[in-house]
Design a protein around this ligand. Structure first.
Ligand code: PLP
Length: 379
């Protein structure tokens, strides 16, 4: 089948694989071994990767904490800060359209005494900075708002939210898992205190991610959730996974270099796909913000169709309904419901996400194929 599910995960870039391979074999050292060449070689690779990641998001290398992925980064940010600030400050502002790796952490913290405000976004998934500002209370310690939504692609007004968080002396965390590598992200300009990202969403390996922690703000007081040998300045203990970190660094370096080109290329293909489907298939509509949106994703509702049957019928294309991470359940997407879709329409919505290996013929085929399948289902 044709792969159109890049927001779920990306294939590994071959250059990333090539960079990683020696660190599985001849360069097997532990970067914490300070007394011999094997350790130094590994440490050198880690230092380079830290720089590559930092450069992509405009951070300082020492502000990069390697984790097992964005899920862990989100957990570390929210739980670690709650542990530092509570009970005096226990209020978090976030959105109902966040990934479960934020929402379920909030549910967990609620049981421990946190107060959570879920702000209602508009029908395009956008939240106004004014609404965020209004929700700030004396006991608010954190605003956590995703950079770009994984299902509908809507990009929030991150710089404005960052500025007002700073103005009110509240920390600002953003889950930028879907944004990093697709659009330019600048933690300094945008006043981001903490940022989560994951290697496999930018053609790097799975099981590795980053939490950026602003060294100049209160973010640095977050309490580690993994105790042990005090690796990574105590933020996250555990022997560093050198090959995966090398791969993530390389993926960031490539992403930085190719960002504009890939964004243009994917946007062009995405637009063709979207226009083709809207034109040729009756009852279709787009979910998410039309302009402020990731360049590679299109979430389309197919009115009047049974969502599960639709997804089952798409044998020749790999797409998803809702987020892959929760697709074990057949619940309609919480994101689409949050922006006002009925259960039925949410279930009859498909996420198409293209990437740098998507070709023109993939798109041409998909438009005709979707048209054919939908017509056959309507018979
Ligand atoms: N946050 C967002 C917005 C995501 O899209 C994802 C992955 O789907 C995650 C977090 C979780 O990433 P990982 O599974 O790599 O930890």
């Amino acid at each position: 089948p044709i792969y159109l599910d890049y927001n779920a995960t990306c294939p590994l870039d071959e250059r990333v694989l090539k960079a990683m391979l020696p660190y599985f074999s001849e360069h097997f050292g532990n970067p914490a071994s300070r007394s011999h060449l094997f350790g130094w070689k590994a440490q050198e690779a880690i230092d380079i990767a830290r720089e590559q990641v930092a450069e992509l998001i405009h951070a300082n290398p020492k502000e990069i904490v390697f984790t097992s992925g964005a899920t862990e980064s989100n957990n570390l940010a929210l739980k670690g800060l709650f542990e530092h600030f509570s009970p005096e400050k226990n209020h978090i502002i976030t959105l109902p359209t966040e990934h479960k790796a934020i929402l379920d952490v909030c549910l967990h913290l609620e049981k421990l005494g946190a107060e959570i405000t879920l702000l209602q976004p508009d029908s395009s998934g956008m939240i106004s900075p004014e609404a965020v500002e209004k929700a700030i209370r004396p006991n608010t310690f954190l605003i956590s708002i995703m950079y770009a939504n994984n299902e509908i692609g809507t990009i929030q007004d991150i710089a404005k939210i960052g500025a007002l968080a700073k103005k009110h002396n509240v920390l600002f965390h953003t889950d930028a898992t879907q944004a990093v590598g697709k659009v330019s992200v600048d933690v300094r300009e945008e006043n981001i205190d903490l940022l989560s990202m994951s290697g496999h969403k930018l053609y790097g390996p799975k099981g590795i991610g980053v939490l950026y922690v602003n060294a100049k703000s209160d973010a640095k007081n977050l309490v580690a959730q993994m105790d042990g040998g005090r690796h990574q300045r105590g933020f996250r203990s555990g022997t560093l996974n050198v090959p995966l970190i090398v791969g993530l660094g390389k993926a960031c370096e490539i992403a930085q270099f190719e960002l504009k080109k890939v964004a243009k290329q994917t946007e062009n293909l995405r637009n063709q796909l979207e226009q083709g489907i809207l034109q040729h298939v009756a009852g279709t509509s787009i979910n998410g913000h039309i302009e402020k949106r990731l360049p590679n994703v299109s979430n389309i509702s197919f009115e009047g169709l049974d969502g599960e049957r639709l997804l089952d019928s798409f044998k020749e294309i790999a797409v998803s309904s809702g987020s892959a991470c929760t697709s074990a359940s057949i619940e309609p997407s919480h994101v689409l419901k949050s922006i006002g879709l009925s259960d039925e329409l949410a279930q009859a919505s498909i996420r198409f996400s293209v990437g740098k290996y998507t070709t023109q013929s993939d798109i041409d085929f998909t438009i005709h194929y979707v048209k054919e399948i939908v017509e056959s289902l309507k018979l």
